[in-house]
Design a protein around this ligand. Structure first.
Ligand code: GLN
Length: 550
């Protein structure tokens, strides 16, 4: 019988429910339990794939091809194991199942109602994950903040689960304690109100995680204990830290695991965090910088710059940098600026490596192609991810193979040289507007070409990587591109698709120190304890460039 821990947020959004959930999951896993984690997004979109990155952040793709929330990525990075699509649900996906079932007459003529049928479907999904993953603990992170109309139905499902089996269902409230600058004192009232709002939904928190700039003191722990109806040992201090990977260690110091296990009527164990300690020591120890630029477009939200759109790329850069004993300094460069003023391309010289990440549509495309041309010609290490491969192929076709109007049909359907073209099975999807969850999604095998940068980096011939795209290298152009010097370093043989392109290494004609681009998203599989081989090789090339120019 599995235990369930629901994690919900209070006061404000974005305080770190995802990292809290991941950290608790890691602590329990490190205490010898089998753990899985579920993310619930309380919106109508059936999956995260149809939401723009500046609004929602990155779309994280699982091995089985579900387009999920970036928190699933956090769970994978902390737990160091794969998580499947069943661990993700939205309001829309739950309703869709219930409505489809109603259409199939599966409710035997009864009235189908929001309560209990929607909570029952939510509970069915949660219990299914516990069963399928044979977990001792399942964490369920409920998106949004308590008190919102949107997530009430999920809290209702959680309440029903607790009612059925009180000792098996626990609640963690992740709250925020502001220190208003003019007052200079950490305030607990918003947390008290959040705990009370949870009470209104029939739920008493077992743990309150107190997020703040600073650690929470005893006086405030006692206040929260008194007003929120829990013991002081259940009030956890969670101050800001330099690296998210420090959070589990802080929770361990606060004896969070012991408190949870005791409340779940399980024997108290202390997690073995040795490996994680070593990781955090490495993170704290690196000082030598490596400068990486990400040339993209999903940064701006109003006056703020958002890095959430590329979170797995950022994490993958960090993991590989730590592995190589350096500290990455990441800079956002807006591709559109190169279109307005190509002279600023020379600023790319300041970086040790450049990445063009995934993307969609016309905006910023020409700027990205300029950037790829610059790094190719100036021998700056380059890693292209999905759209970053497509941009590299277009650039190569135009500037090396003489096809000056080469393009992707995603941007210019009338191009004379569609070097990137719609995948055959996507033509009908686009025409009939079947656009949700219909890209080439999830893990597919790829065979590496011997003696390439990629084959050397992976150290193996067969790999499996995750995809999310509708367009592909057009096979009709393979010979012309290869004659120009482009290397096809990875292929999917089943479908005869190009998965990796490279330029030859420096000592060969058209050689380059490191120019690799993938149709898949390697960043999705990088973990702090298992950095991705292509990112490791990219960072090594960046370090080499830095040392050469020093
Ligand atoms: N827009 C491109 C495609 O659909 C690339 C997608 C991506 O970068 N994830 O093929």
């Amino acid at each position: 019988m599995a235990k369930y821990i629901f994690v919900c947020g209070g006061v404000i959004s974005g305080v770190g429910k995802g990292i809290t959930t991941s950290s608790i999951a890691l602590l329990l896993q490190s205490s010898g339990y089998r753990v899985s984690a579920i993310k619930i997004d309380p919106y109508i979109n059936v999956d995260a794939g149809t939401i723009r990155p500046t609004e929602h952040g990155e779309v994280f793709v699982t091995d089985d091809g579900m387009e999920t929330d970036q928190d699933i990525g956090n769970y994978e990075r902390f737990l160091n194991h794969d998580i499947l699509g069943m661990n993700y649900m939205t309001t829309g996906s739950v309703y869709l199942t219930v409505i489809q079932r109603e259409r199939n007459l599966e409710y035997n003529g009864t009235t189908v109602e929001v309560v209990p049928h929607i909570p029952h479907e939510i509970i069915r999904r949660i219990e299914y994950v516990a069963h399928a993953t044979r977990s001792d603990f399942v964490l369920i992170e409920i998106g949004g903040t308590v008190g919102e109309y949107q997530n009430l139905i999920f809290l209702e499902a959680a309440r029903m689960m607790r009612m059925r089996s009180p000792q098996d269902v626990l609640f963690v409230l992740v709250s925020y304690l502001p220190v208003p600058p003019k007052i200079g004192e950490m305030k607990t009232k918003p947390t008290q109100l959040a705990a009370r709002m949870l009470n209104e939904a029939g739920i008493q928190a077992n743990i309150i995680v107190c997020r703040s700039d600073h650690p929470i003191d005893i006086a405030r722990k006692e206040k929260i204990s008194l007003f929120c109806n829990i013991g002081t040992s259940q009030v956890i201090s969670a101050p800001d830290v330099d690296s998210i990977y420090e959070v589990p260690l802080n929770f361990a110091d606060e004896h969070l695991t012991e408190s949870l296990l005791a409340q779940a009527s399980l024997p108290v164990r202390t997690p073995d965090m040795l490996t994680w300690h070593t990781l955090v020591e490495t993170i704290r120890g690196v000082t030598k910088p490596v400068r990486i630029a990400i040339v993209g477009k999903y940064f701006q939200t109003g006056d703020y710059v958002l890095s959430d759109s590329y979170i797995s790329v950022i994490e993958a850069i960090k993991h590989a940098s730590w592995k190589n004993g350096v500290k990455s300094e990441i800079t956002w460069l807006n591709a559109e600026e190169y279109e307005q003023d190509p002279s600023i391309l020379a600023n790319l010289d300041a970086y040790d490596g450049v990445i063009v990440p995934g993307g969609f549509g016309r905006r910023g495309v020409e700027g990205k192609i300029f950037a790829v041309q610059y790094v190719r010609e100036h021998k700056i290490p380059y890693l292209g991810l999905c759209y970053g491969l497509q941009m590299a192929v277009i650039e190569f076709a135009r500037n090396v193979c003489g096809m000056s109007d080469a393009h992707t049909t995603e941007v210019n359907a009338a191009t004379p040289d569609p070097v990137i073209d719609t995948m055959a099975e996507q033509v009908a999807n686009i025409k009939e507007k079947r656009l949700g969850g219909s890209m080439r999604l999830g893990a597919y095998p790829c065979t590496l070409t011997p003696d390439t940068i990629s084959a050397r980096a992976y150290g193996t011939e067969s790999i499996s990587e995750r995809h999310r795209h509708r367009y592909e290298v057009n096979n009709a152009y393979r010979d012309r591109l290869a004659n120009g010097g482009l290397v096809f370093a990875g292929l999917n043989h089943e479908r005869d698709l190009v998965e990796i392109i490279e330029l030859p290494v420096l000592d060969q004609p058209s050689g380059h120190p490191f120019f690799v681009a993938t149709q898949f998203h390697p960043e999705l599989k990088s973990r702090p304890l298992a950095p991705h081989p292509l990112f490791i090789a990219f960072i090594q090339a960046a370090i080499a460039k830095r040392e050469k120019s020093a």
